[in-house]
Design a binder for this molecule. Sequence first.
Ligand code: UGA
Length: 456
Amino acid sequence: MDPVKVTKICCIGAGYCPHIIVTIVDLNQARVDAWNSPDFKLPIYEPGLEEVVREARGRNLFFSTDVDKGIEEADLIFVSVNTPTKKSGVGAGFAADLNYVELATRRIAQVARTSKIVVEKSTVPCRTAESMRTILEANSKPGCRFDILSNPEFLAEGTAITDLFKPDRVLIGSLQTPEGLSACQSLADVYANWVPKDRILTVGLWSSELSKLAANAMLAQRISSINALSAICEATGANIDEVAHAIGYDTRIGPKFLKASVGFGGSCFQKDILNLVYLSESLHLPEVAAYWRQVVEMNEHQKRRFSKRVVDTMFNTITGKRIAVLGFAFKADTGDTRESAAITLIRDFQSEKAYVNIYDPQVPHDQIWTDLAEASPLVPVETIQKQVRICSSAMEACQDAEAVVIATEWKEFNDIDWEQVYSRMNKPAFIFDGRLLVDAEKLRKIGFAVTTIGRP
Ligand code: UGA
């Protein structure tokens, strides 16, 4: 099980609702132990999460591997298991793997002796709730009824706690039957402990499931759109920040999610869009599928374009050159590396036979090695380890490098002493800003050759 999101939402719930007992169950003993660790060494890094766990753990928030007891005792069960993209079989590379959802559902059906409201929290394809309901009903015991709700999560990593404390909206989908509506009200009542009522939206089950995929697809589409424009800016002399600023002033467009970058990452955007592509194809809507697929293709193109720009700018070769990559997480304020653009960039640099120094303030070193090995399955680990060094500070990573690549927008990279960095680098010293983070003019004055996304 992947408890990250449900843990966060439950932790917040537990914080706001001392009258509700929240038990988070997971089969993974090591992870549960980490959640229970006396010194609060929690298994994920998320600003503000520790404080919330400190307040509620042991009072009305519990972590356990006793899944069956958790099911038996609960009135409301959030199913929050992993739904990764399928790697093989029908729909491989696109469809969501629903194996864990089905296993969890069957377990609930098998163990429950009293009626339950089962909440689909994992991101799932449209109409998954239907399959869950069929499984639960086919296996329920006499007098035991199951109501299914869809309650997708919209928090973003790095800002999860604020997103949960003050969500733009909470979405609950239910069957429009008296029982479905009553279950929906029970969950709405829980959220009403801290979310204003007008932000709790109740809709049909299928609309709720599709809205989750739609929200992520629209967000990712904005990034691919601004990144597509960044390529035009680089070729024409326009400045992507100025363009984003200008269009964002239109209240119909709005200023958020218009930051050009080296490409979006994270566990959700790509997975959810591919899921939408698969759904569209299954519904015989090839043009719709092609439209959404292009959002992911644009993202891949942006990453490739950035790597190529590094090579082109450094006199068409980076063989034997040392490149410092600052940031490995898919965005700032998280230790999560899933689909991080940094992984693709480093793989590209490695295949050009460059040496790479990596620094990230949060990502554990063994995670970096695992990601790099997975990204280049045909390259022996020893070869990767000869080419890559993981450093414990930005300064160390930049030592004797010919180029610095900013891959994640960590705030601490703003405070780097660039004069120091310049004095430690080989010349000419290049900076490639994949996050529109640094003051390019200031760095040029120091002597750097600066290349920024979306600027000529
Ligand atoms: C995203 C959504 O924002 C959440 O609403 C959703 O709940 C979540 O996926 C999910 O489905 O779990 P998350 O992936 O945590 O959240 O992070 P985002 O802030 O959306 O960033 C995703 C990627 O887009 C990052 O790599 C980020 O650097 C990039 N990005 C974001 C840009 O390149 N430009 C922008 O303007 C914004």
